[in-house]
Write a protein that binds this ligand. Structure first.
Ligand code: TPP
Ligand code: MG
Length: 739
């Protein structure tokens, strides 16, 4: 764990005669190239600012003051070989890696040909697949956990190179559409600002990187401010280097990031440490921010002139210029010539970008989901295999939903070496020697659904994660970007919220925002729901509509064993991110048990199941309400002769509108029943659609039965009163049938 502090000056290492002199390993030509990039970066900012003032672009974020560390990182790392999660101030880094100013202006004008996003993201939100610059977003810090996953992905490939191949014989799955590339000594780069180091995700990422000894470089570009908040108010003690110094396995650098030569030296050491496999590195670069936070900010409101002038003396553009002159690498004429060339190049790029066509409005829904593999298609429609009858003449054993989920996971892991499973407590036993010495049996999840998988597939495919939900989803997202298929577990739905930023602002939107440049088809398995007698507020929640409201995320909610097996397999093989909701109460229920339908059994998404046909009333439901609604419907038929058509949606996004519409057209009455709180719930959307599109078919108002608008209480009497019970369903069905 070396700690190197480089003096804040343009460090010079003499090495032989003047012409062949090297500067921390950089040649004179490389230094001229570095200046060209630094100058270009600053001038792209200036041009964009002008274009914004002329209302020809719509937003601007500058990289001004950060050019020194950016160009140094770009020279020390390899585009298309290493992987990059740069933040919005990394213009110089991106230029050094091969992004052109024209590419950048295309994003500014929001052109169809903007290679980062096709007009979907604001400028400085980099995404260049061939350079391995992974699509970036705006939430401060959400890139960091994904970079951890990316580094983990690279290491997985190095250890499992065969997994990168796609067996030609298998039925199509996401692997057909994922090119995997990796290098044994690759490094992942991630950068962030000083303010962003306050985000919890940063600390989760530091912990995960240290635990995994990952080849990951954290670059904190410390310009002393997060918009108007100065570093001493942001970071306890004012130094992020001091705070992180206790993390094990790291190599630390602290450097003047306005000095490209010193920064290059620091980066070289960091890169070497990572490439050699010692662990992660942390580069703390002190930079400046001469252009306010953004065009919407005026830093004179909170920074006096004297402070700003002090910063200006460290401006990387002028410092580098002075350095080249002082060292005789370029004279004044040479500098003028270089700058003239850059100006001409930029003017040409601006002119061309201003002529670029905007995207077609009808393209807005492209790439919300995979254009290659539709999980609602017949590709995912396979027949269940009838189980072999036991020789003793008895019926094949009916398995619980928990059993069939485990069996499906096992068979899929056998079929596809890209699948990794992690989450809280999912491993059999992290201390492997206990298993080897047969001292313990192993746990395999708090509900035991992953029991035996670590023992069977090894602990680099099934492992425990630190207790950090954002990290579970963020790391999975980074791994999936690299072509792995993480099937992660969130232990209880009630605790999914720390991962919400990763799910809503990252996982679900990565394909869309990168215009299909990147994708991350992760499966998140989540134990959900109540009816537990004792689960109380924090082990009983539903809330699925919050997730069906997210474009780009598939949401599945099976009610029985066979559906769980078929839908989980579709979730794993499909090319979109999936939230797979498993009702805890149904895990071991006697309702809906079934024999294992075989290792290739799949159910397409968005296909409901008619649990029982009927003519008088349609009940649309899913999850644990299915058996309760069935009980109520059977009673209603027995007592009143009312025939209810009961529809189990099974999949909530996409959902099966055709089956609902056909049923309501037949029965003319619709009841939507769900376990979540009534108001703003999933059923509200279904009810609204029925009212809107089937108005002329209805003989009665569309009704809903759901939980009361409170959280689930501990005392079973209260829980019963809160959640929809068979009798509530019975009364609502009866009333609607009589309407
Ligand atoms: C999660 C989140 N919260 C707030 C913001 C609004 N915001 C954008 S940049 C920024 C300050 C970032 O400061 P720092 O990390 O120091 O980076 P700098 O801009 O100084 O380079 C804030 C608060 C955001 N984008 N994301
Ligand atoms: Mg800052």
């Amino acid at each position: 764990m070396a700690t190197t502090k480089t003096d804040p000056k343009l460090a010079v290492t003499a090495n032989g005669a003047k012409k062949s002199k090297l500067y921390e390993g950089l040649t004179r030509d490389q230094l001229i190239q570095a200046y060209r990039i630094i100058y270009t970066s600053r001038r792209v900012d200036d041009k964009e600012i002008l274009l914004k003032r002329q209302q020809k672009i719509y937003f601007q974020m500058s990289g001004a003051g950060h050019e020194g560390i950016g160009v140094a990182a770009g020279l020390a790392l390899k585009p298309g070989y290493d992987w990059f999660y740069p933040y919005y101030r990394d213009r110089a880094l991106c230029l050094a890696l091969g992004v052109t100013p024209y590419d950048m202006f295309l994003q500014g004008v929001g052109a169809a040909d903007d290679p980062s996003s096709g007009g979907r993201q604001m400028p400085s939100h980099w995404s260049y697949p061939s350079l391995h610059i992974v699509t970036q977003s705006s939430p401060t810090g959400s890139q960091i956990l994904q970079a951890v996953g990316c580094a983990e992905g690279g290491r997985y490939w190095a250890r499992h190179p065969n997994a990168a191949e796609v067996p030609a014989s298998t039925s199509p799955d996401y692997r057909r559409f994922k090119n995997v590339s990796f290098h044994d000594d690759e490094v992942t780069y991630v950068s962030l600002g000083d303010g962003t180091s306050s985000e919890g995700e940063f600390w989760e990422a530091m912990n995960a990187a240290a635990l995994g000894k990952l080849p990951l470089i954290f670059c904190v570009e410390d310009n002393g401010y997060a918009i108007s908040v100065p570093v001493e108010v942001q970071t306890a003690g004012g130094s992020i280097s001091r705070l992180v110094s206790g993390f094990p396995n790291f190599h630390f650098e602290e450097v003047d990031g306005t000095d490209p030569v010193a920064s290059y030296a620091a980066f070289q050491r960091a890169v070497r440490y990572c490439r050699e496999g010692h662990g992660p590195a942390f580069v703390h670069a002190h930079v400046i921010r001469p252009y306010s936070h953004s065009l919407s900010d005026d830093e004179r409101l909170y920074r006096p002139d004297a402070e700003r002038e002090r910063d200006a003396q460290r401006d990387p553009v002028t410092r580098m210029q002075m350095f080249l002159l002082r060292e005789g690498i370029l004279d004044e004429k040479g500098i003028n010539q270089l700058e003239k060339e850059v100006e001409a190049e930029l003017q040409q790029a601006v002119d061309k970008a201003l002529e670029a066509l905007p995207p077609a409005p009808e393209s807005v829904t492209n790439f919300v989901y995979s254009p290659d593999l539709d999980p609602a298609s017949s590709t995912f429609e396979t027949q269940a295999i009838a189980p072999e009858a036991p020789t003793d003449g008895k019926k094949p054993a009916a398995k619980t939903m928990a059993d069939l989920i485990t069996m499906t996971l096992r068979d899929e892991m056998q079929r596809d070496e890209r699948i990794v499973i992690f989450g809280e407590d999912v491993a059999d036993c992290s201390r492997e020697e206990y298993l080897k010495r047969k001292l313990v049996k192993g746990k395999g999840g708090v509900f035991k659904l992953t029991f035996g998988l670590q023992c069977e597939f090894g602990n680099d495919r099934v492992f425990n994660a630190p207790l950090a939900e954002a990290a579970i989803v963020g790391r999975a997202t980074g791994m999936a970007t690299r072509g792995l298929k993480p099937v992660v577990e969130i232990q209880f739905f009630d605790y999914i919220w720390p991962a919400m930023m990763q799910i809503r602002d990252e996982l679900s939107v990565i394909r869309w925002r990168s215009n299909n440049g990147f994708s991350c088809p992760v499966v998140i398995r989540v134990a959900i729901g109540g009816y537990l007698t004792g689960g109380a507020i924090y082990h009983s929640q539903c809330g699925e509509s919050i997730f069906t409201h997210i474009p780009g995320l598939r949401v599945v909610f099976p009610s029985n064993s066979q559906d769980a097996a078929g839908l989980l397999r579709t979730a794993i093989r499909c090319d979109d991110p999936v939230l797979f909701l498993e009702h805890k109460r149904l895990y071991r229920e006697s309702f809906g048990r079934a024999a294992y339908p075989g290792p290739d059994y799949m159910i397409p998404f968005g296909k409901a199941k008619v649990v029982q046909p009927g003519t008088d009333l349609t009940v649309i439901t899913y999850g644990a309400v299915v058996p309760r609604a069935l009980q109520a419907a059977q009673k209603l038929e027995r007592e009143q002769g009312v025939k209810v058509e009961l529809i189990d949606l099974r999949c909530l996004n996409p959902f099966d509108w055709d089956t609902i519409a056909a049923s309501v057209a037949k029965t003319n009455r619709a009841l939507v029943a769900y376990e979540d709180t009534l108001s703003w719930g999933y059923g509200a959307e279904i009810a609204a659609r029925i009212a809107d599109q089937l108005f002329d078919k209805l003989d009665a108002p569309v009704r809903r039965v759901a939980a009361k608008d409170v959280f689930v209480a501990y005392q079973p009497i209260l829980e019963d009163a809160i959640l929809p019970q068979p009798n509530d369903l019975f009364l609502a069905m009866k009333e609607l049938a009589e309407y």
